[in-house]
Design a protein around this ligand. Structure first.
Ligand code: ADP
Length: 437
């Protein structure tokens, strides 16, 4: 009896152990299926573990398929999102709750070319701007203005950016609240604004001086009508005339500059014999140069090769050479030599005006073609200069597709060169220091 009991108990234990082993191995396979997200193959346990186990397996497989489907959907949506951001002209940046960069599109790299491989890096190590970090914080706390202009300085480069930011649901809950920023590069507008402000300030300054002189003398003449000696009256009127002429020159030069900078600068180009034109201008200046005691010469290198193959506006080219000759006469003392020379280059004709005057300091050379720039402000005004002559020269030459530049040594003199490209060539040739930009 006892033996029978032992046998029965052993058989039951064996059966239970066998069943336990089956469940354990089935559970292991189920676990593997969940981890690898691969559906459980039902042939492995063909109905040996009962209906409830079958139900667990079916439900698990359904869940695995659903998860796989959702993941595919998410990857597709992410790829679509990234492609959309990549094609945007606006720069987009997404950071997580700890300011680690999660996403940056191509437009952002265009604004900040130095910011390479920035994904996963902290914001402050990539974009150096305390103002931007402050803006990021303000966006997180819902305190930011809708748009803010922020300056980014990296070494010698300054970029102005208009930034708008918003908080977005976390892409990954473990990374905290994310924030998305749209950045728009406004550096060009900022620079133009600065140039415009400087220009208005310069024009006002230039006009104010002659105007206040004229006003002062006119008031004196009106107030002291009877008591002014005739010779004083004549002197006052001459001063008024001089300053009126000055106002006129400034306005004429300004009008001309604005015409040259407009979309229709009104160049009347025609096949031009530059050598003949230069000869004519130099002849026109001979009498003036003699009067001011400046020996003036013309050197034509390559004679016949100069030809008529330049398409130019003769009046404007005359003005370029005239302005350079005026400067050489104005800014050099009596006795300084002025030599005009013509050179034939393979693709252009080069005209140079050399003087043996005081020269231009090295630090001023890059600026002399800028509007209203003068090396010696007092002297320029005394000689009737507007500070716009070289700027007009630069515009005319560039409109012809040529180049203008200056070489100068303090104490020895200056040489201004300009080129006019031959027809069918827009490059202009030549090289040198102090080129007009
Ligand atoms: P400006 O009306 O004063 O002559 P420009 O634009 O023609 O104005 O010239 C700008 C400045 O460049 C001048 O004020 C002068 O200081 C300098 N400059 C131009 N030409 C010469 C030259 N040949 N020698 C020395 N300085 C010159």
């Amino acid at each position: 009896m006892l033996v029978l009991l032992i046998v029965v108990l052993s058989a039951a234990l064996l059966w239970a152990l066998l069943r336990l082993w089956r469940y354990t191995s089935a559970l292991r396979r189920l676990q593997k299926a969940i981890f690898t997200k691969q559906p459980l193959l039902r042939e492995d346990d063909p109905g040996t573990l009962g209906n409830s186990w079958d139900e667990v397996c079916d439900r698990t497989n359904e869940l695995i398929e659903e998860v796989n489907h959702l993941q595919q959907l998410r990857s597709g949506q992410l790829a679509q999102f990234e492609a959309t951001l990549g094609s945007l002209r606006e720069a987009v940046l997404i950071v997580d709750g700890n300011n680690y960069i999660l996403l940056a599109n191509q437009a952002l790299h265009e604004i900040f070319p130095q910011a390479v491989n920035i994904l996963g890096q902290r914001l402050e190590t990539v974009l150096h701007s305390a103002a931007f970090l402050g803006h990021v914080e303000a966006v997180r706390r819902g305190l930011s203005p809708p748009q803010q202009e922020i300056e980014f300085v990296d070494g010698s480069t300054t970029v102005w950016v208009e930034v708008a930011g918003t908080v977005i649901p976390p892409l990954d809950p473990a990374r905290g609240t994310c924030a998305l920023f749209v950045l728009h590069d406004v550096t060009r507008q900022k620079r133009l604004e600065v140039v415009r402000k400087e220009f208005v300030a310069n024009v006002s300054h230039e006009l104010r001086t002659p105007l206040s002189v004229i006003k002062g003398y006119v008031e004196t003449l009106v107030d002291g009508n009877e008591g002014i000696a005739p010779e004083d009256r004549a002197r006052f009127l001459l001063t008024i005339q001089r300053h009126t002429d000055r106002l006129n020159s400034i306005l004429e030069d300004l009008l001309q500059l604005s015409r040259l900078e407009s979309v229709t600068p009104g160049l009347k180009r025609e096949p031009t014999d530059v050598a003949a034109l230069v000869r004519g201008v130099v002849d026109d200046y001979r009498a003036r140069a003699e009067k001011t005691g400046h020996p003036l010469s013309l050197d034509e290198e390559g004679g016949a090769a100069l030809g008529r193959d330049v398409s130019a506006d003769p009046l404007r080219v005359t003005q370029v050479l005239g302005n350079l000759l005026d400067n050489a006469l104005k800014h050099t003392p009596r006795g300084a030599r002025i030599d005009v020379s013509l050179r034939s280059l393979p693709d252009a004709i080069q005209v140079s005006v050399r003087d043996t005057g005081p020269g231009i300091p090295e630090t001023d050379i890059p600026h002399v073609f800028e509007r209203f720039y003068r090396v010696d402000k007092g002297r320029s005004r005394d000689t009737g200069g507007t500070g716009l002559g070289l700027s007009i020269v630069k515009h005319i030459v560039q409109l012809h597709g040529g180049r203008v530049w200056v070489e100068s040594t303090l104490g020895s003199g200056s040489v201004f060169h300009f080129t006019l490209p031959r027809r069918g060539d827009g490059s202009g040739g030549g090289s040198g220091s102090g080129s007009a930009r």
